[in-house]
Design a protein around this ligand. Sequence first.
Ligand code: AHG
Ligand code: MN
Ligand code: MN
Length: 355
Amino acid sequence: MADQGVLIGREGAWHPAGRQRIMTLGRHIDEGEREHPGATGDFSGLLSDLAIAIKLIWREVSKAGLIEIIGATDCRNESGDEIKKLDEFANETIYKAMDHGGHLCVMASEESQGLISIPDRYPKGKYVLVYDPIDGSSNIDANVSIGSIFGIYRRVTASGPGTEEDCLQPGYRLAAAAYVIYGSSTIFVYCTGGGVHGFTLDPSVGEFLLSHENIGIPKRGKTYSVNEGNYTRWNEHFRRYIDYLKAEDPSGERPYTSRYIGSLVADLHRNMLHGGIFLYPGDATHPDGKLRLVYECAPLAYIVEHAGGRASDGRRRILDIMPEDIHQRTPLIIGSEDDVTMAEEFIQGKGDSLG
Ligand code: AHG
Ligand code: MN
Ligand code: MN
């Protein structure tokens, strides 16, 4: 029993003492700030405000079926997607929580056509927030895991209201990125340039507690995530790659299995912990694929790379792509390093010797 920790609490009530120190997200952010001499606390304040917004979203997500928050609005966003009531609630909650703290000069969201300005009455800060308020919206009504995605940049313009130039930065300039998965538990995963750390919300105390310290994505996985309903639209190289993944190896074993949730954050989080690859390629009808570079792919690519994985559009590193429009799409191949490398070889027509 000793290696399991020590008996504490009531008779026989056992807690895993000694395994995971009790660390709140707030304290972790503050400790991270202290590692950066000259830090002003601005960044801590920003992340703490974000954590509050996420808890407010979690509160609605966790009772979505009981309140008038599921279902669709009668609007469509800039990407043409139907805006769900929860999309709208989350979008508003985030910018209302973030617009007055003095940390941001501008925001951009999947659910807002143009830039989200900081109201004149509030101070302008040195950071930029880009976000997908609810990822996997089509799953809300079916109670399948959904997520939120955030990217934080330092502004490039000198002062005053932020501009499109501040939002259209390549992913390698991200100062931080985070995602939240609202699933059987709600987990906040973030990176500020060092390790990737996960915090699980304990609803009984309303705190995100450290649960996944220094996440490292396995070099290779056993699952692939792709919407095979698009098979007939894929080009020959991509089809050959997926056929290769489905084939049995000489020993009759099938090295890969398919897992596709339809929520990018949920598929990605599984791969972060167990290894694997998520793919949303371009195809005959959507040459740039479906996913958006600025507020979905770049923040997740930043996190995956800091966890030891890879993310590309099949040819270019996602973090090197220079955005030209807030809502521009990109093909996305993301996950375990060896899996992404092999997918790129097939996509570039070099996989013939393998498949
Ligand atoms: P969003 O709900 O923010 O529009 O994102 C949905 C995305 C992503 O979460 C998911 O992997 C993908 O759409 C699923 O698309 P398909 O239904 O075309 O497979
Ligand atoms: Mn999304
Ligand atoms: Mn979304």
